[in-house]
Structure formats: C-alpha cells, structure tokens
Ligand binder design. Structure first.
Ligand code: URA
Ligand code: SF4
Length: 199
C-alpha cells in the first residue's frame, strides 16, 4: 500500500509534517516497526541534531533518543551546557530496523536505500526549521545529511558546508561510546564527544 509520493510536501509546520510521516511507506521499514519516530524540539531551534534511527525504546515511546544512547547524549549535552529543550533532535531514518533474537529486538543498520528514502523527511524538517547548524551523530546521519559516505573518525569535529549552505558538524554517535568495553577507552571517547558538543 504505497503512500502518495508527495506525502507531507505541503506541510508548513513540524506537527503537520509529523502527521504526514505517520503513514509513510517510502521504504519497507514501517512494516515491522511500531510507529514512525519523528523529530522533536522547538520550531525556532537553531541547531538540529540528527541520529541514525530509533532504537527499541524509541520505537515503543514514539520519541527520539529516549533510550541508553539518548541518556548518554543528554548527560554530555548537559555537561557541555547545551539545553536539549532548545535544540531539535531527529533521526536520518524514522522507523526502527531490527533482527528478532528470542524476545529481544537487535538493532540492524539501515541500508543506503532506506537512508535515501527517508531523506525526504529530513530535507522537509530542515526546510521548515532552517537551522544554522546540523549536527551529524555518526556515519548514517552524515550519509543522510550529505548524501554520501564520509569517514567519521577522520573528520569528526569538522564542519562541512552543503551546496545549499547548510553547515553540518560531524561527530560520532553516542551509542559508539556505550559499546566501548574498556573503561579508560570509554571515558576517553566520552571526553572527545564532550569536546565536540562544547564546540
Ligand atoms: N539512536 C539513534 O540514532 N536515534 C535514536 O533516536 C535512538 C538511538
Ligand atoms: Fe518512511 Fe523513513 Fe519509515 Fe522508511 S524509515 S517507511 S522512509 S518514515
């Protein structure tokens, strides 16, 4: 049941756009997920944070970055004195992609086609918000914002300007910090992420 190709095209506010995205069928990810997890934050936000895709908890809550990665993001933003309620937070892909493993749902990386399909929504969010800066949290976000793959570990901390003038700040995804097993390495990476958020 494909939706209209111009779904949400006439939306002029984030709530209108969010409502249009509820029925999105532009890629297959809507089938197994609970709901579209749209971006959240004030329409006057000057900075837009873009993550990868909702995780298990976001899929159930219908809100971005409320699970473990979101807690890490919140803690580091607070330490950097960035008020999360003043920024807009969204994802490059708006449905949860996972592999079932017993009772658990294990995160699966969205492919290039899914990222491309969902750029429709990211582009519309950016067109409404007109932020002065977008922050790409990790490789998928960078791929969504820049339309190509970029080496994040090499380019993190840098700003790339798009053809339309939007400045995109590149950094890692907060879940990357959570996956580092060695405590000292984890703390060091958290420190680098904090420096990025301060910048
Ligand atoms: N990871 C993301 O990239 N986005 C979320 O909303 C949650 C976890
Ligand atoms: Fe639509 Fe994005 Fe969901 Fe795919 S992931 S169905 S493009 S909202």
């Amino acid at each position: 049941e494909p939706g209209p190709d111009d779904e949400g095209a006439n939306a002029s506010t984030i709530p209108e756009l969010r409502a249009a995205a509820e029925g999105c069928r532009r890629c297959p990810l809507w089938r197994d997920a609970t709901q579209t997890v749209f971006g959240e934050g004030p329409e006057k936000a000057k900075v837009v944070f873009v993550g990868e895709q909702p995780g298990d908890q976001e899929d159930l809550a219908g809100k971005p970055f409320v699970g473990p990665a979101g807690k890490m993001l919140d803690a580091v933003l607070a330490e950097a004195e960035v008020d999360r309620s003043e920024v807009y937070v969204t994802n490059g892909v708006k449905h949860f992609k996972f592999e079932p493993r017993g009772k658990r749902r294990i995160h699966a990386k969205p492919n290039a086609g899914e990222v491309k399909a969902c750029r429709w929504w990211v582009d519309k969010e950016l067109a409404i918000l007109k932020p002065t800066l977008a922050v790409a949290l990790g490789a998928t976000a960078a791929q969504s914002l820049l339309g190509k793959t970029v080496p994040i570990t090499k380019m993190r901390g840098q700003v790339v300007e798009r053809e339309d003038g939007l400045r995109v700040f590149l950094t890692i995804h907060p879940s990357y910090i959570l996956r580092i097993p060695e405590p000292a390495d984890k703390e060091a990476e958290r420190g680098r992420f904090l420096a990025d958020m301060r910048a």
